[in-house]
Design a protein around this ligand. Structure first.
Ligand code: PGD
Length: 772
């Protein structure tokens, strides 16, 4: 028996960033079934099996003992001290008083509420919306963060070059177009299914594998440019062009050199749709800096043989080529360059705006790129007005906390870091997502108070002063909606909250009451009433279009609803191609800016006025001869539910698994299955090792997301025994232009670890005592 949509009796609907599903809770465990219409469900669903009652969960509000005894203030003992469990009443009283003190003594400009993070699916309980609404209502605002760890460089450079970052990623070439029209897909950084398996807000069908199989069956060639072979699924039958990480810009420049030399560049397209070609051509051919960007030049930088580069250029000319660039390429020093350069390479090939051709920046990086857009508005919680204008580029958090008042450059401006007293986080894990975690620990020691809402004892929670237990999405009801997915679904409550955990909404409502703003925060609605209220926006969109518009009660009873979508029309780039005068780009010239006078005018040496090969400062050298690729994990979303069954099954001897090439392993006496120590000047971690030819020689791959687990929490630079690569990565911006995250690449050395293996304690709570 099912309910007509394929949900079995006894199972209830829910959703996650990695897919809609249904589930049944029994004996503290969750049995999940993927959404029936999903052709390729994500195995990450398996992480839900064992998390409801896991020891990593936070049961009660907890206050760091030192903060309770000594009060707010800078403290290097964060992350080292035990916690005292208190009642919700005590927690609300203590935190309400502290927020009142900050509001009165320092104002909202002393509060960092950026609170970056993926949180959980669900439109109402969306943690960032809740925290921002609360801080705006209760304090009058907060210092926010802009951009993301995913696309920090791209989201700043693309508006200068192509105008519309949102349009480029969300409304452009689709997977259906690839399946039907592309002749060559040139994928810098690949199209890894582990990345497109996730989409913020929920996903009803994972279409990427099937689209690549259809395209290949039609004769489309997929070319993977990158250091890791698994970054393309077997279905694509991709040719692997293995290159040194961080050198893609040089390869692209050489491709342009080859095309121009052979007279194969699309002169008409460059003349009609672009600005700056002549000056850029002079750079490529060596006229402006004395270095011709030949195939031989690029071979010495990238490690790709010159003959292969020339052959590749011939493959591209005159075909329907889609150039894609994974987010990972721009999560590195000078990350703006490959994004900009790929836009130029696509212009040289002249396929912009044609079905299945042009530039699909970040296609495959997330499950909602390469899809059609919904034609109705999403249910969205209003966040109120932020009275603080100040912000930081998101990945500059440690700089901000360590250097209040100091100047930094961002997108042509000189800005000053604010003086932050209180950091408030809900729905993110900076001790997962930030770089150089030992530096982040020093930064977290600087403020008066750190507040974290979490469902589990992440390292971020362990570094907080006030830890408030939040429900998992599984323990509350909500609506799942993603702007590029055609199925909107109810998220039913699957289990009772763990311990005394509350929804973020209930926590903020309790605090709002202490601060005298409860009515403004809650507007008198309970959760169900809020869901009905938010749904009203989508319903109105349906009504406006004359489409059937079920009431909230009808929607809830149906369980899911198909959402109308816009046509697959190629978006702003197709319109621009059809008539560039009528549909100019949102750039100063209205054209594709191969040279940007704006960027040139900023005068940044690390981001000049056209795409440029800028060698990384952090290059392999004697003490750090290997390049670490710290990429997205396949067995969980970021660090979420690292204690979940699927994530745990993939570990070896409890550690995260790194991959390295036999040529690098053999001279170090390392064999498959050994434990290795990865280290550099910033820190060290242990991992298990897989020795494989799927990784380029000179490269070590270790995914992010294993919870930070220092051997001794009291030591500076303690060994992470579990395998968190962010103890090794560098905390520098991509450039003065975007200041994006550079966590993807860094240089390291590796050695076999022969000592006794320290225990993994990341998924156990810190020492806890009970008040009274
Ligand atoms: P998550 O693990 O998703 O990582 O960083 P992000 O902080 O988003 O953290 C979300 C946290 O929110 C989890 O701890 C989860 O328990 C909590 N949470 C979930 N739902 C709720 C809720 O409803 N309420 C509350 N209060 N909490 C909730 C991801 C970031 O990492 C990203 S997006 C990228 S792309 C970066 N990638 C890299 C990289 O490639 N390489 C390196 N070295 N570092 C990276 N860091 C970045």
């Amino acid at each position: 028996m099912d309910d007509g949509h394929g949900v079995a009796e006894g199972f209830r609907r829910h959703s996650s960033h990695w897919g809609h599903f249904s589930a049944k809770a029994e004996g503290g465990r969750l049995e999940t079934r993927p959404y029936p219409g999903d052709p390729d469900p994500s195995p990450i669903l398996g992480n839900f099996d064992n998390v409801l009652r896991h020891p990593a969960r936070i049961a009660r509000p907890a206050i760091r003992a030192g903060w309770l005894e000594r009060g707010p203030g800078p403290d290097a003992r964060r992350g080292q001290e035990p916690f005292v469990e208190v009642s919700w009443e005590q927690a609300f009283d203590l935190l309400g008083a502290e927020l009142g003190r900050i509001r009165g003594d320092h104002g909202p400009g002393a509060v960092f509420g950026g609170s970056y993070g993926w949180a959980s699916a669900g439109r109402f309980h969306h943690a960032q919306s809740q925290i921002h609404r609360f801080l705006n209502t209760a304090l009058g605002g907060y210092v926010r963060s802009v951009n993301s760890y995913s696309s920090g460089a791209a989201s700043v450079i693309i508006p200068h070059v192509l105008g519309d970052y949102g349009g480029l990623t969300m409304h452009n070439v689709t997977w259906d177009q690839v399946a039907e029209h592309s002749e060559v897909v040139l994928a810098f950084g690949g199209l890894a299914l582990k990345n497109s398996a996730v989409a913020g807000g929920g996903i009803s069908a994972h279409v990427e594998r099937g689209a690549m199989a259809r395209a290949r069956a039609r004769g489309c060639r997929f070319l993977l440019v990158g250091p890791l072979k698994p970054d393309m699924p077997a279905e694509a039958g991709a040719e692997w062009i293995s290159l040194t990480p961080g050198t893609d810009t040089a390869l692209m420049l050489a491709l342009v050199h080859c095309l121009v030399t052979a007279g194969l560049h699309d002169r008409d397209f460059l003349a009609r749709y672009c600005t700056g070609w002549e000056a850029f051509q002079a750079y490529v051919m060596g006229g402006s800096d004395g270095t011709a960007k030949t195939a031989e030049w690029a071979a010495s930088i990238t490690g790709v043989p010159a003959a292969r580069i020339r052959a590749l250029a011939q493959t591209l000319a005159g075909r329907r080529v889609l150039v894609t660039v994974a987010h990972s390429l721009q999560r590195a020093e000078h990350g703006e360059q490959p994004v900009w350069m790929a836009a130029v390479l696509a212009a040289v090939l002249g396929q912009y705006g044609l079905p299945g051709g042009g530039y699909g920046y970040a296609m495959g990086a997330i499950g909602y790129y390469g899809r059609r857009n919904n034609a109705v508005p999403s249910p969205t919680l209003a966040q109120g007005t932020n009275g603080v204008a100040d912000f930081i580029p998101v990945a500059r958090i440690a700089d901000m906390l360590l250097h209040p008042g100091e100047a930094y450059r961002y997108n042509g401006e000189t800005r000053l870091y604010p003086d932050i007293r209180l950091v408030y986080w809900a729905g993110g894990n900076p001790f997962h997502h930030h770089q150089d975690l030992n530096r982040l620990r020093r930064a977290f020691a600087r403020v008066d108070t750190i507040v974290v809402h979490e469902s589990a004892w992440t390292a971020t929670a362990r570094h907080a002063d006030v830890v408030l237990p939040a429900t998992l999405s599984l323990e509350r009801e909500d609506i799942a909606y993603s702007a590029n997915d055609p199925v909107m679904t109810v998220m039913e409550k699957l289990a009772e909250p763990f311990g005394e955990a509350l929804d973020d909404y209930a926590i903020f409502a309790g605090l709002a009451a202490r601060l005298g703003v409860e009515a403004a925060f809650t507007e008198g609605r309970n959760v169900r009433e809020w869901l009905a209220h938010l749904y009203g926006r989508t319903r109105q969109g349906l009504e406006t279009q004359g489409l059937p518009a079920p009431s909230f009660a009808e929607f809830w009873a149906m369980g899911e609803m198909a959402v109308p979508q816009k046509p697959d029309d190629g978006g702003f780039l197709a319109a621009f191609r059809a008539d560039p005068a009528a549909h100019p780009l949102m750039t100063p010239s209205g054209l594709i800016e191969i040279v940007s006078e704006t960027v040139a005018g900023f005068g940044e040496a690390d981001c000049p006025g056209h795409p440029t090969w800028l060698p990384p400062k952090d290059a392999p050298r004697a003490e750090a001869p290997l390049i670490l690729v710290a990429n997205q994990p396949a067995t969980r979303l970021h660090s979420q539910l690292d204690f979940g069954a699927h994530s745990q099954e993939a570990k070896r001897r409890g550690r995260e698994v790194a991959s390295m090439h036999p040529e690098d392993a053999a001279p170090r006496g390392i064999a498959d299955g050994d434990i290795i120590r990865l280290f550099n000047a910033r820190g060290a971690c242990l991992a298990s090792v897989r020795v494989t030819e799927d990784v380029r020689p000179g490269v070590v791959q270790l995914a992010t997301g294993a919870w930070y687990d220092p051997e001794d929490w009291k030591e500076d630079q303690s060994l992470c025994v579990h395998g968190n690569p962010n103890v090794l990565t560098r905390d520098i911006g991509t450039s003065n232009l975007a200041q994006g995250c550079t966590g993807q690449l860094t240089t390291i050395e590796v050695a076999r670890f022969d000592g006794n293996l320290p225990p993994i304690r990341a998924h156990a709570p810190p020492p806890l005592t009970r008040e009274g």
